[in-house]
Design a protein around this ligand. Structure first.
Ligand code: PEP
Ligand code: MN
Length: 342
């Protein structure tokens, strides 16, 4: 529920309501607006009745959160969540671009890509060491050796590392290297994995499931928030539709809707969202125009030789064009590109 305090409520009144809620086992979040303070509270409603709260000094009204997701709802926390990855702030005024190969394939491939994307303006490096492939016969990733290469790339470039956790047994090893733990589409509803990853205490990038509704996606985020980890970044990566020309349909309506429904930052992945390199730049521009807080883009020095997702991977020089175009769109909206800290 949301406890709306009266305009001009005293600090002691606000603290009194917070203390009462916490005493009854509620999770609370305090938002101080210019005019009004609101307190989001999640817990067992039978422990503290509506009217008991409404009778407390300074309280104007108590409104239930009707949505099935609570902590992820904007009602619970009206202000935008800013996820901190080292000194980078995701979901603030600056746009952030995560770029790199689909899979870590070799030292040479990764380091060449890392230097190129950093030069072009990316702030984080992506690359899967553990790959969830549709076919068991496809390249499955370099596993632990891939993680070591990612650590080396961070050392060399200063880029933060975003990499996927595909299973609970490897979560700890991935978290030792990753700055952001990616949960892929195929695992969006792997609830045990969501809980394990949430408890590792690192930011989580949660991709939308291939056929997940907006509500299912936000409920998946709720699993992570409910573990006490609010460092969640959502990523729209395209959904299954009747269209077969594109690999997926990048759902920009969902992106804009989720920015309204939730306080969490939202990125767009135009690479998986289209599956076609020639569509990546136009959709990157569109996603930023629709309100994305940044992008996740696949880049490979030789897409024709990539072990996974070559057809949707940009060459470094194409990625540099993407960054320039996205920066121009961002400027119209008053948003600049984030930078790697010096
Ligand atoms: C990826 O980012 O390479 C990936 C596997 O993405 P998704 O989970 O969106 O398919
Ligand atoms: Mn990929």
């Amino acid at each position: 529920m949301i406890v709306v305090m009266r305009a001009g409520a005293r600090e002691t009144e606000i603290q009194g309501v917070m203390a009462r809620l916490e005493k009854e086992g509620f999770k609370v979040h305090l938002s101080r607006g210019a005019l009004r303070t609101v307190i989001g509270a999640i817990g067992d409603k039978t422990r503290l009745e509506h009217h008991a709260l409404e009778a407390m000094p300074g309280v104007e009204k108590v409104i239930p959160i009707l949505k099935p997701y609570k902590l992820a709802a904007r009602e619970f926390k009206p202000e935008d969540t800013v996820v901190e990855v080292g000194e980078l702030k995701i979901g603030g005024p600056d746009l952030h671009i995560i770029a790199g190969p689909c899979a870590v394939e070799s030292r040479e491939q990764l380091l060449e890509t890392a230097h190129a994307v950093r030069e072009a303006g990316a702030t984080m490096l992506r690359g899967g060491a553990f790959k969830p492939r549709t076919s068991p016969y496809s390249f499955q990733g370099l596993a632990e050796a891939g993680l070591e290469l990612l650590a080396e790339a961070r050392e060399e470039t200063g880029l933060a590392i975003v990499t996927e956790v595909t299973d609970q047994t490897k979560a700890g090893a991935v978290a030792e290297v990753a700055d952001v733990l990616q949960i892929g589409s195929r695992n969006m509803q792997n609830f045990a994995l969501l809980k394990t990853v949430a408890r590792l205490g690192k930011p989580v990038l949660l991709k939308r499931g291939l056929s997940a509704t907006i509500e299912e996606w936000l409920l998946a985020a709720e699993y992570i928030l409910a573990e006490g980890n609010f460092q969640v970044i959502l990523c729209e990566r395209g959904i299954r539709t009747f269209e077969t020309f594109t690999r997926n349909t990048l759902d920009l309506s969902a992106l804009a809707a989720v920015k309204q429904l939730s306080h969490l930052p939202v990125l767009a992945d135009p690479s998986h969202g289209t599956g076609k390199k020639e569509l990546v730049i136009p959709l990157a521009r569109a996603a930023i125009a629709a309100g994305a807080d940044g992008l996740l883009v696949e880049v490979h020095p030789q897409p024709e030789n990539a072990l996974s997702d070559g057809p949707q991977s940009l060459r470094p020089e194409e990625f540099a064009s993407l960054v320039r175009e996205v920066a121009a769109v961002g400027k119209v909206l008053g948003r600049s590109l984030g930078r790697v800290p010096a």
